[in-house]
Design a protein around this ligand. Sequence first.
Ligand code: PMV
Length: 318
Amino acid sequence: MTTASAPGKIILFGEHAVVSGATALGGAIDLRASITVQDSPGSVVITTDDLVLKGFSLDLLSGRLSSPQAAYATRYISAVVSELDARDVSIEIKSSLPVSAGLGSSASIIVAAVMAISEHQGQSLSKEEIAAISYRLEKKVQDGLASPTDTALATFGGYLQISREISALDLPMLDLVVGYTGVAHNTKSEVEKVQRLKERYPDLVEPIFKAMGAISERAAPLIREKNTSELGGLMNINHGLLEAIGASSKELETLVYAARGAGGAAGAKLTGAGGGGCMIALPGPAGQETLMTAIRQAGGYPFSVKSGQEGVRLEKEP
Ligand code: PMV
């Protein structure tokens, strides 16, 4: 039996701007997906019984599917199974990451599956190899649309600065609250919408992207110093800019304002492509519980997370 787990991610600053080459900053979080591979002669079966993905099982040889929920996660696992030519195995998925929320659930499932299946076959891939294979597979399953950000964060963990290139940043862990709106988001359509706006008004949108990139670059030293108040202020500016380019939504605004108001957050912003999905907030002096209560009362689903977590790893057998 071989188990590997990989973290989800949040984008702290610079989403959308990064699509046009400006700098973004992302961090791996302590919500993880894990994949367990066991010998199962004569079949390739994918199962999950956790609450996020809802129970299903799929027999890849007979095509028997126990639940429609299977379609999402199995597309990714099937891609890994055929890439690594896995045979005679059962693959169990567990994930504490909500799906289609912008927290990188598909990337963490792919990355954990690439490590678990390859280790189970007796081959040890380097993290660079895992990241490269996972990025290629995520892109393939998503019809060419995937930035390497999610698979790189799921593989290497920590914090990554993303511009034309991806580089690791050595920064301390940060306590944050994620608020899920409960509304699934669609990265592709949000990115297309913002890019259309940029084509229509380049003189307006390009300076906004430039400002977002500048915020990302200012943020790293503030995380290092744990300067919560300035970091929170930058989150608020970044959110305002994202709202200006149409990436927010009524649900996201409700959670952002609840976090800053009753929640006493030092700052709050949407994270990822927007339109739905999640926001993030930095707890202020009132603390994390107050913040989570405010998000819950505003209709959101709060999770407390720590950013800067370890990337993909093998888990010891119980
Ligand atoms: O919604 P997510 O978490 O997949 O984030 C998308 C981030 C964008 O900058 C909007 C797109 C990208 O590929 O970087």
